[in-house]
Write a protein that binds this ligand. Sequence first.
Ligand code: NI
Length: 406
Amino acid sequence: MHNTLSTEVRAVAEELTACRRALHQRPELSFAEHETTAFIEAQLRALGITDIDRPTKTGLVAHIFGSKPGKPAAVAVRADIDALPIAEDNDLPFLSQNPGVMHACGHDGHTAMLLSVAKLLSQSRGSFCGEARLIFQHAEELPPGGAIELYRAGASKGLDALLGLHLSSAYPTGVFGIKGGPLTANVDRFDVILTGRGGHCALPEQCIDPVVAGAQLVLSLQTVVSRRVGATDPAVLSVCKFVSGASYNIIPDEAQLSGTIRSFSPQTRAHMEAEIRRITEGVAMSTGTRAQMEWTAGYPSVFNDAALTTLARSVLHDRFGEEGILDIACVAPGEDFSYFLADAPGFFVELGTRTAAGGCDMPHHNPRYRMDESALPRGVQFELDMLRKLLDGTRENLPERSPSCA
Ligand code: NI
């Protein structure tokens, strides 16, 4: 009974692979996915799906309405569709035909899976109540990313829940990596320029030394995580760049410092930014330098809703058994799926595609990245099962209406 795909999913497995390979041959860069989006739209229209929005140049949102009676809900699945500026170095019959561009992160698989979901839902409208929304998102790979644009255009408005999936060569083929709560970190960056007054090394009293000020700043910033953030609240602050001076005997005019900050809650993120600004201003004041800070906010943390995580676990258990589930820790790369979570609680899952045979164990974003395609039908199955559970006409499986991660 376990470890089984439904008949309908098995029936589309072959065209799912063909679709993924077609997409793999025509990769397009972030914000330039024109052919890809046209392909998606043509596929959807051929299925009789006409309720399609194009709220951004290359993003696409399709709405499929079920006819099952009951209390309706709205649930979305998001797939990212963009590729990377990487020259493919594989030996495959369906290599990238676009020189210097490659689907090296598996987004071709995400897109193909969601198209299969579209097909199966459009053929079984009596199996769900309310709206299944399919968000084909452009530009996940290039901050500020496509999600924030789609979110601002209302793509996730009115949703009760949102699902996302990433294929991953970190896990064995077909195994789902799940985790409740924070899954990815908030990723932020800061750049500081400390301006002093340069001069002769032997006459420091006539200068304002930005090297000493910068050294003080590096050390003072170490207190943000150790003294200002709770022990059970994971956070990282690393000053990774400190550039100043050109000679051993000249006090320079300025010092440049850059660093990265990782945090897992919106509160800690805001708190750390405030602390870093305060300390920087304080060090500047105490040393007589002038501080200029630039803050660059990256993708926010993906927060998996507790109720949706529990539901996903039971759906996966029923379909694939415990051997199909792996409890995972936080994953390192950022994900802009998180922007949609301001509108609705969500759940983001990792699906393994790793087998040593056939070279399907290379990391993502590598020119030799490959996926074990046999995992793809399982992703389709998961998305379908979750949608039908959440849109079963009872609204009982839905999470709390208020977003978990506002
Ligand atoms: Ni990716």
